[in-house]
Design a protein around this ligand. Structure first.
Ligand code: CP
Length: 317
């Protein structure tokens, strides 16, 4: 049984296959598809969502399947039924699970106890679907329409991530950049540096390039092909809003900071954005801001991820 809980669940060659398939799905949108014919996938969400929920629900239906949206608090999981029992019961009804939750260990436990594929739709530690869609967005820009070498187009490029560099999207981008041969520089206050958990994961996975961390946002964006930021107050940290906004204010992506990256650099944000906090409206509206391409590509890439997870195993000859 294959799951997609971490960026590393697909080898770089397989990520290339996912991107190629995502491009086909994007070009052929509207063509009937039967990859999930007769199958139902459940979405279990403990946190709010616009992009992830809608792109998965639409994507699963476009693959020929049905969806069932389960708010954690509407099922017995929210009243204390164990993750293991929930996984075993749901595995008797549905053919796959898409899970958005707080503790990353919860998706690991669901996957271990159930008998259907599980996709991580965001935990406090990682957001792998986002990073695959982001990397695909860059690859299709840099590779051009004719080239099939989508992964090759990413190699050696530099991404600068600013603000809360210990958040799930930053963690996922560090892993993604290492897997895809990109360089990543993170800039934020000292207390927001990447965690030891991330460092251990890089070590265990043999991802030796790692990342650069600096407290100077201008140092991070120098020579960058991409400037990326995320909200400063992640879901679950709302009571820290005032403190975090004060601590992170020097890392806002302004037109001046964006101009210090390469002249053709792209601006990216996983959305939702808080204009006037982590980024100015001027940068969000810049012609090199590709935030809505990122959002759209969640749909195509997630359809490709699901297709790869449910593909029959090749027989060894
Ligand atoms: N980027 C992202 O995951 O958006 P949602 O929280 O709206 O799903």
């Amino acid at each position: 049984m294959r799951h997609f809980l971490h960026e590393t669940d697909f080898a770089p060659k397989e990520i290339g296959d996912v991107f190629a398939l995502a491009r086909t799905y994007k070009r052929q949108r509207g063509r009937p598809c039967s990859v999930l014919a007769g199958k139902t996938w459940a979405l279990i969400f403990s946190k709010s969502s616009t992009r992830t929920r809608v792109s998965f629900e639409v994507g699963i239906r476009e693959l020929g399947g049905n969806t069932l949206f389960l708010n954690r608090n509407d099922i017995q999981l929210g009243r204390g039924e164990t993750i293991e029992d929930t996984a075993k019961v749901l595995s008797r009804y549905v053919h796959g699970l898409v899970v958005r939750t707080y503790d990353h260990a919860d998706v690991e436990r669901l996957a271990a106890a159930g008998t259907v594929p599980v996709i991580n739709a965001l935990t406090d530690f990682l957001h792998p679907c986002q990073i695959y869609a982001d990397a695909f967005t860059l690859a299709e820009r840099w590779a051009g329409k004719r080239s099939n070498n989508l992964i090759g187009a990413l190699k050696g490029r530099k991404i600068a991530f600013l603000g809360d560099t210990a958040c799930n999207v930053a963690n996922s981008w560090v892993i993604g950049a290492n897997l895809l041969g990109m360089k990543i520089s993170l800039a934020g206050p000292k207390g927001f540096a990447p965690s030891k958990t991330l460092d251990r994961m890089l070590e265990v996975q043999g991802l030796k390039e790692g990342y650069q961390f600096t407290t100077d946002p201008y140092e991070a964006v120098r020579g960058a092909d991409v400037v990326y930021t995320d909200v400063w107050v992640s879901m679950g940290k709302e009571e820290e809003t005032r403190k975090r906004v004060g601590q992170l204010s020097s890392y806002a992506v302004t037109a001046k900071l964006f101009a210090a990256a390469k002249p053709d650099a792209f601006f990216m944000h996983c959305l939702p954005a808080h204009p006037g906090e982590e980024v100015t409206q001027e940068v969000l509206d810049n012609p090199r801001s590709i935030i809505f391409d990122q959002a759209e590509n969640r749909l195509h890439v997630q359809k490709a991820i699901i297709t790869k997870l449910v593909a029959p195993k090749k027989r060894s000859s």
